[in-house]
Design a protein around this ligand. Sequence first.
Ligand code: GDG
Length: 461
Amino acid sequence: MSRLVVVSNRVGPVRESAKAGGLAVAIVDALRNEGGIWFGWSGEISPEGTHANLQTEEAGRISMVTLDMDQADYDAFYAGFSNRTLWPIFHYRLDLAEYDRETERGYWNVNERFAARLFPLLKDDDVVWVHDYHFLAMGSKLRSMGARQPIGFFLHIPFPVPEIIAALPNHGALIHAMLAYDVIGFQTKRDARAFIRYFVEEFDGVATEDGLLTVQGRTVKVGAFPIGIDAEAFRSFSVSPDAHRQGKRLKASGEDRCHVIGVDRIDYTKGLAERFHAFSRLLENYPENRNHVSLLQVAPASRGDVDAYVDIREELERITGNVNGRFSDLDWTPIRLITRPLKRRSLAGLYRASKVGLVTPLRDGMNLVAKEYVAAQAEDDPGVLVLSRFAGAAEALDAAVIVNPYDIDEAAEGIQRAVGMPLDERQDRWHRLFDKVQSEDIRAWYTSFLKALRETARRSH
Ligand code: GDG
């Protein structure tokens, strides 16, 4: 079997950690099974940057090969074009997108220099799998250096409709460069359709039924490969002693009360302020929930050097203070906000002890928290998932209570429905959800992607 080489911006951690982030969790699972190289940024900034020696660390069947960046790369490539330009645009937030030519140049340069360090490590029969918006141009750089291996790409975030992409200066060059990949995977059918429509409209591309897209003589495979979780492993986490302890602590904080849980990296895409307003509206419109229902929000910081993220944390603290000041009682606090990361096992226990899982992003590629919440529920007394229609997860998890997170009243109604849902309906919905979480699990994700990549490669090489 050919060797798998995974490329992503961040590499590791391989062992269970308290760090938040969906991509790392998913890649570890894939690589653990397949074995191979995981190549990317070390997370360090050094004066030599990408020119310093490669660092290698072995972890079981995974070799982690990383390189540093210098401060200018970090500012332009990472904090700049990736996180201040591409991230907001791909999440439909043109209002937050910043652009300058300098950071765009930095982005292309870092893609090229990372490709130049990776290229000499590749063997002829390797299969290369590049991840996410940091490395849209990696494939084209590898090809221009002579790489003939099959190279696939998976986008973890949404791919917006062409009208939105059009706002990105020089979008033609960047998106066209993606055609260097043999297989281009998205979280949902909707994203794959948007990508195809972009090429049909901008470059007279032609799409066929079986997911092939031909543009100017080059044919690539485009498809939806919904990412999942290791459902069995997460389920066993949820009954581990650690999980049990945390669940008990949560329940003890409010005997017979109903707990609603949210778990998200602090990010403007996650709709946290809207969620807090919806919870406040629940207490306002349905007063029977006062002194009875509380929201626990775990929201560890991410990307603290991007201003928009610091603002959100302050806003959440302010709303929490307002809601608690208005509704708290001597023995009941409506909202608890924890802004430090918790262990995965603890999260699993908290999900299981919570009657409602609130996953209401304004836009999300998939959202693994939705799947983790479902996997952690007890079959005989499952909680209810309230899910945004704008999470990629909603395409498959349609047995959740689906809400529009921009509509605060509708979201409050959704929570109210979930809080009062009878056991038989909860069980029925949960079975339908858990079936999907199990069938579209992490293994299904990477095996179907790698199968498509190996097949396409056989066809065209
Ligand atoms: C991107 C896309 C896509 C959260 N807080 C803690 C913690 N987490 C874990 C969760 C979950 C992961 O982080 C978050 O994954 P999501 O999928 O919800 O979101 P992103 O980080 O934005 O991920 C997303 C994903 O990539 C995969 O393709 O689904 O749409 O945006 O696993 O449990 N983990 C720990 N402590 C925390 O406090 N240990």
